[in-house]
Design a protein around this ligand. Structure first.
Ligand SMILES: Nc1ncnc2c1ncn2[C@@H]1O[C@H](COP(=O)(O)OP(=O)(O)OP(=O)(O)O)[C@@H](O)[C@H]1O
Ligand SMILES: [Mg+2]
Length: 225
């Protein structure tokens, strides 16, 4: 079973947008998907509640109030939507369940700095929980076409963590009304007419390709304690 956690301590960075669109991506590829909403706000569950019945079904799992989280037996892919301000034990519990973490970041200087700190926290925690979870970041809400977008991409590819390691970065998602429509209709951008969302899909492809490659999987099995 593939397990992907969408995480960032910062509120409004795009966790639910990325989680729901990833769920829709895998569902539209024919996978059996469970979307686990760990956020008491329940935005991912809201998205599922408006999802049209004629679309591939995605199992809704309330990870915020259910003590024991169960996904249907036949699930191929589990997408977990984390709440903001997740730290310490709650963070450790989520990280333990994941093979891969996707961290959406709004690429403002303040949010990038906060993400760098959060990545340090995660690294310390990864040693602590002894997992080999793989991680990448996605710059979200990038205004396309601007000179800034090009410079930003170069900057993010070159960015370093305070430890000197490379800031993990895979792609940018643009600021687009398609995501507002996607939230409204319970559909992912992969389920709209291609002419409508082709531009956005292109930006997703480095992420979806990485997620479907062994590079995004732990080399060791996660240790469950
Ligand atoms: N790329 C984008 N283009 C346009 N709107 C976006 C984009 N990404 C996110 N949004 C909008 O920004 C708002 C916040 O996004 P989202 O809910 O995904 O963030 P979040 O990290 O899950 O927030 P929270 O921390 O509250 O759970 C939502 O209204 C969402 O529709
Ligand atoms: Mg959210």
């Amino acid at each position: 079973m593939r397990t992907i956690l969408v995480l960032n301590a910062k509120g409004g960075s795009g966790k639910t947008t990325v989680a729901t669109n990833l769920a829709g991506f895998y569902a539209s590829e024919g996978a059996k998907v469970a979307l686990v909403d760990h956020d008491p706000q329940g935005s991912s569950l809201d998205w599922l509640s408006v999802r049209p019945k004629d679309r591939p079904k995605i199992a809704a799992v309330d990870g915020a109030s259910d003590k024991r989280i169960r996904v249907p037996r036949s699930t191929d892919v589990v997408i977990m939507d984390a709440p903001s301000r997740t730290h310490d034990e709650q963070l450790a519990a989520l990280v333990r369940r994941a093979q891969t973490i996707v961290l959406p970041v709004v690429p403002s200087p303040i949010d990038i700095r906060a993400a760098q700190r959060f990545l340090r926290e995660l690294r310390e925690l990864r040693n602590l929980v002894d997992t080999d979870v793989k991680l990448t970041t996605v710059a979200n809400r990038v205004r396309e076409g601007s000179q800034i977008a090009n410079e930003l991409e170069d900057y993010l590819f070159e960015l370093k963590l305070p430890s000197g390691r490379k800031f993990p970065f895979i792609t940018m998602l643009r600021q687009s009304t398609n995501y507002i429509r996607s939230a409204e209709k319970g559909l992912s951008i992969f389920e709209f007419a291609p002419v409508q969302t082709a531009g956005d899909r292109e930006y997703w492809s480095p992420l979806t390709r990485w997620l479907q490659s062994p590079r995004s999987l732990p080399e060791r099995r996660p240790t469950v304690s």
